[in-house]
Design a protein. Structure first.
Lengths: 115, 115
């Protein structure tokens, strides 16, 4: 039982390059989400998904796209990156039944630097 | 719209002293409140949560929190801290919406426990 896994762990990009962050969970959770963590700002919700093919925007969706092809995986796509997207990105998952009262389980994070 | 304010960005405290980390929230509907802890270079893990019922909630590692609806607060306390409690602590509020639910995090409080 690996929980929530994220790849890659680290990435350095040049401005304008694109990349996809991968997230997978083996807990049969319906709900998955992506956050970014910046110093002094806590975690901010980028996008979330309540099931395959169903996604919605969070607090800071601009510059990010997501894809939920199946229950297990939820990817975050950054097109034409900017230095402002330098951050640590966390994926999280939880059961959807019971909704907002459920604990979220977090991955180890991806540290992204955009030069 | 929901929001979370953590009133202290850093809290230094000596080992075996008591500590209180403060959190205020705003929400337009019934709320679910959480405290998560993040140890260095790791993802977040749940300390405790308030869903309903008793306003005093006990969590892991000797932490507890008290929900105060009139003051819209959810402060975290521990009567005697250890060096190993050094970490960043996040308060979060979660509520339902039409697409599922959203969890909003505070900016975090960094707890330093000194010998």
């Amino acid at each position: 039982n690996a929980g929530v896994t994220q790849t890659p762990k680290f990435q350095v990009l040049k401005t304008g390059q694109s990349m996809t962050l991968q997230c997978a969970q083996d807990m049969n959770h319906e709900y998955m989400s992506w956050y970014r963590q910046d110093p002094g700002m806590g975690l901010r919700l980028i996008h979330y998904s309540v099931g395959a093919g169903i996604t919605d925007q969070g607090e800071v969706p601009n510059g990010y796209n997501v894809s939920r092809l199946n229950k297990r995986e939820f990817s975050l796509r950054l097109e034409s990156t900017a230095p402002s997207q330098t951050s640590v990105y966390f994926c999280a998952s939880s059961y959807h039944a019971g909704g907002p009262g459920n604990e979220q389980f977090f991955g180890p994070g991806t540290r992204l630097t955009v030069l | 719209a929901q929001s979370v304010t953590q009133l202290d960005s850093q809290v230094p405290v000596f080992e075996e002293a008591p500590v209180e980390l403060r959190c205020n929230y705003s929400s337009s509907v019934s709320v679910y409140l959480f405290w998560y802890v993040q140890y260095p270079n790791q993802g977040l893990q749940l300390l405790l949560k308030y869903l309903s019922g008793s306003t005093l909630v006990k969590g892991i590692n000797g932490f507890e929190a008290e929900f105060n609806k009139s003051q819209t607060s959810f402060h975290l306390r521990k009567p005697s801290v250890h060096i190993s409690d050094t970490a960043e602590y996040f308060c979060a509020v979660s509520e339902s919406n039409t697409g599922g639910f959203k969890t909003i995090f505070g900016a975090g409080t960094r707890l330093f426990v000194k010998a």
